[in-house]
Design a protein around this ligand. Structure first.
Ligand code: PEP
Ligand code: MG
Length: 311
């Protein structure tokens, strides 16, 4: 029995009626790609590239980044790797960038906004990513997109770099983590290959509660019906354009969250390495019709507490 339990994490997350969900990992270090595979991940749904830029005195070179990315494509051995471009600024201290202090860092020059201002950083990273994309199935994802102009500008720069590096077509996705991106999801869906919903930031921005606030932590719940309705809206918009939707925020790694998200039509869950086995096991124990019924009830709940009481 022990052995069977151990091996179960390597089975795909196929629901009792055959509906398939991809369970992939969130990682933030080169060595974690191998750990993710060993834990049963079917790939990496979110590589947080910030680790390459933190705790040092100058930005990583193209060669340094390339070594890290290739290390991961090798470890993944043909499994997909979604590389998110740099998401710093805000509250993450990167002294060598000399970023001006901001009164509201979470509403400031963060993520893609910083990359569009500091194109030296952005282009160097993209050059490394496109070279790594020649060694395995790499997809690119842009963080913190709030407006269509940002997405178009980011993709335009990426395409210039891609042509220069000489890499074939690469899938582009964007994080859905700002409420405006949900409201405009039908427009964004025309411009990308996939969405990945970042419920950590989406919750923070829609409830106006700092995601790291010690007092508000409990209320800033990613299963709040307001967040679930935004996720539902995002999935509907993506589906209308034939695009797929993943979730890479923390709720994807909770069994209840994974069930509700699956019921809403999300087809990829990117979770922390320790959550992979439990999420897969949960999904294998239910039918899509059950997940969907639960999701519909969750959408009608009035509070996060009511959602969490659902069975
Ligand atoms: C999120 O915001 O939900 C997310 C996955 O990105 P990060 O936690 O890195 O901001
Ligand atoms: Mg985020």
């Amino acid at each position: 029995v022990r052995q069977a339990e151990k091996l179960a994490c390597y089975q795909p997350a196929i629901l009792t009626d055959g509906h398939r969900v991809e369970v992939v990992a969130n990682i933030g270090a080169a060595a974690e790609a191998e750990q993710a595979v060993n834990a049963g991940a079917e790939g990496v749904g979110l590589l947080r590239t910030e680790f390459l830029f933190l705790n040092r005195s100058e930005p990583p070179t193209e060669a340094e980044q390339l070594v890290a990315y290739i290390h991961m494509t090798r470890s993944l051995n043909g499994l997909p790797l979604i590389i998110r471009t740099l998401d710093i600024g805000g509250d993450k201290a990167v002294p060598y960038l000399n970023l001006p202090a901001e009164e509201n860092p979470f509403l400031g020059v963060r993520g893609i906004r910083l990359c569009l201002q500091r194109q030296d950083l952005f282009r160097t990273q993209l050059r490394a990513i496109f070279q790594a994309a020649q060694t395995g199935p790499v997809k690119i994802m842009f963080p913190m997109i709030a407006t269509l102009e940002e997405l178009i500008a980011a993709r335009q720069i990426a395409e210039e770099v891609r042509a220069d590096v000489g890499t074939d077509r690469v899938d582009y996705g964007m994080m859905i983590e700002v409420p405006s991106a949900v409201l405009m999801a039908d427009e964004f869906a025309k411009e990308v290959d996939f969405f990945s919903i970042g419920t950590n930031d989406l919750t923070q921005y829609v409830l106006a509660m700092d995601r790291g606030h010690p007092v508000l932590a409990k209320q800033a719940d990613g299963l709040h019906p307001a967040v679930l309705r935004l996720i539902d809206q995002t999935v509907q918009a993506a589906k209308a354009h034939g695009k797929w939707v993943g979730v890479c925020g923390g709720v994807a790694g909770e069994p209840l969250g994974a069930t509700i998200l699956t019921g809403l039509g999300v087809t990829e869950l990117s979770v922390s390495i320790p959550s992979i086995a439990a999420v897969k096991a949960k999904l294998r124990s239910i039918a899509f019709s059950e997940a969907n019924a639960l999701a519909q009830r969750a959408l009608r709940c009035r509070t996060a507490q009511d959602v969490r009481a659902l069975r």
